[in-house]
Design a protein around this ligand. Structure first.
Ligand SMILES: [Zn+2]
Length: 334
């Protein structure tokens, strides 16, 4: 069940909701008018530190999420913290629509193509709701590239423990669109945090998101000399079914039950070495609450959606993520 009706690039939703800056002109004003202007500035349109800086932001947070919901899984509290600075530009990019999250075929009399469109619309609405938790005081531009769910990678092979993927044409298009949107930042930005899934993720769509994030980081660093902090983490660990590598059944090895991680339980085989230990763990003010609030906006993933034949594929998956109290990341500095 792939997205139909054109290439992902042609179906890209434009960035929406860009915050408009407030223009402050240099004029001579009498004291009374000056007082009035000061009052207006206090209302939020002017050169106060936060809003004025936002018009020419020096830093940016760019979240490159494989699917709707991954942003909250790998970094809800961290995103919330970084987005709370009003002087920072914030963007979100979704590489795939997550359109395969239903039982294949027609559903309750709904033709499959229409069902897919409705699932995409539903998951994008859930994503917007999650961002109202993640960045409650701002309208974050969100780019949905709508690459085909589990259709981004044509083939893969392990090289020294890392997967090397060959993308499909649709995967290449989604990757290029994601890189373009991730690097389309105001010229004033000289420092950026890019959060995404890890290169070690077992899900091919997630590794494609990492590739987009990495390419965007390299572009920002090389073309504008920006300091880029690329933070990533695993959502799906890879596991083996009688020696056949598999993915996406869930993070069976990460995290362990409970609030904290258990690195030793990550899968480790001769053919698929355990990924390296992460570099940093980000606490938030109240990470479990923020992650719970953001994740639970993705209702179709949490409890399913019988009307669109969307089951809960991985019962317990969210429970473990909701229980975590830290957000670890692999850190790359460019
Ligand atoms: Zn995902």
């Amino acid at each position: 069940m792939w997205l139909r009706g054109g290439s992902p690039g042609a179906r890209r939703a434009p960035l929406r909701g860009r915050a408009s800056g407030c223009i402050v002109r240099r004029v001579r004003v009498p004291p009374l008018l000056l007082a009035l202007v000061s009052a207006l500035l206090a209302c939020g349109c002017g050169a106060s530190d936060g809003v004025g800086s936002a018009a020419r932001p020096r830093s940016a947070l760019v979240v490159v999420s494989p699917h709707p919901d991954d942003e909250s899984i790998f970094g809800a509290a961290t995103i919330h913290r970084l987005a709370s600075d009003p002087a920072r530009e914030v963007r979100a990019i979704y590489v795939s629509a997550g359109d395969q999250s239903s039982t294949p075929g027609d559903c309750n009399g709904i033709p499959e193509a229409e069902k897919t469109e409705r699932i995409v619309a539903l998951r994008e609405d859930e994503t917007r709701a999650a961002w109202r938790i993640l960045a409650p005081d701002r309208e974050v531009p969100i780019a949905f590239e709508r690459g085909p769910d589990q259709g981004l990678v044509a083939s893969t092979k392990l090289v020294d423990g890392l997967r090397q993927d060959t993308l499909t044409a649709a995967g290449e298009a989604a990757l290029a669109a994601a890189v373009a949107d991730a690097t389309d930042l105001p010229a004033s930005v000289s420092e950026a945090w890019i959060l995404t899934a890890a290169r070690y993720d077992g899900h091919p769509d997630h590794r494609t998101a990492y590739r987009a994030a990495r390419a965007a980081a390299e572009t920002l660093a090389s073309e504008r000399g920006a300091a880029v902090h690329l933070w990533s983490f695993i959502v799906h660990d890879e596991f083996f079914l009688t020696f056949v590598p598999a993915c996406c059944g869930g993070d069976f090895f990460w995290p362990a039950d409970g609030a904290t991680h258990d690195y030793e339980r990550l899968v480790d085989t001769a053919s698929r070495p355990r990924p390296p230990r992460w570099d940093a763990a980000e606490p938030g003010d109240d990470p479990p609450a923020i992650r719970r609030d953001a994740l639970t906006q993705h209702v179709s993933q949490l409890v399913g959606n019988p009307a669109l034949c969307m089951p809960v594929y991985i019962p317990g998956f969210y429970d473990r993520w909701l229980a975590k109290s830290e957000e670890p990341f692999y850190v790359e500095e460019l």
